[in-house]
Ligand binder design. Sequence first.
Ligand code: HEC
Length: 154
Amino acid sequence: MARMLYLCGMKKVILFFATLLIIGALQSCSQNDSSCEAPINPNGSSELAQTMRTMMTYLNDEKQAILESKPKTEVPEGFDKILTATPTEGMEITENYPSYGKHFLSQLDQYKNCADDQRTEVFNALVSSCVNCHTSHCPGPIGAIEKNILNAEI
Ligand code: HEC
C-alpha cells in the first residue's frame, strides 16, 4: 500500500514538471517570436540594405511598366540615402563607393527625364550602374539585378 502511494506521488511530481516544461516552452516562443522564425535575409536589415530593397522593387516595377508601355512609375523618396546610409556590419565599403553611388543617381536622373523612344536604352544603363557598384561591393544580388535588363528591340 505504501508502495502504491509512493508511485502515485511520483506520477504527480512527473506530471508537475512536465507541465512546467510545456508552459516554459510555450512562453519562450511567444515572448520572442523572432527565435521561432528563420531570418528573412541573412544580410540583416541595415539602413542601406532596406534602401536597396526599395530600389530593387522600383526596378522591377519600372521594367514591367516599360514592357506594358505604361508611363514611368514614381521614384520612391530617399534613393540618395545610398551615399550616407549605414551598411550591414562587416560590409566592406571601398573608396570607390561614392563615385559608383553618384553615377547611379545621375543615371536615375537621366532615366526620369529621358524621352520615350530612349526609355529602354536609358533604363538598361541604369540597371548597369547598379551592377557596376555590385561588382565591387556585395556581388550576391547581381543575378537578380541583371534580370531587369531589357532587350534593345523592345
Ligand atoms: C554605390 C553602390 C551601389 C549601387 C549603385 C547599388 N547597390 Fe545594391 N548594394 C550595395 C551594397 C554595399 C549593398 C549591401 C548593403 C548592406 O548589406 O548593408 C547592397 C545590397 C543590395 C541588395 C541586397 C539587400 C538586402 O536585402 O540585403 C539588393 C537587392 C541590391 N543591393 C539591389 C540594388 C539595385 C536594384 C540597385 C540599382 C537600382 C543597386 N543595388 C545599386 C551597393 C550598391
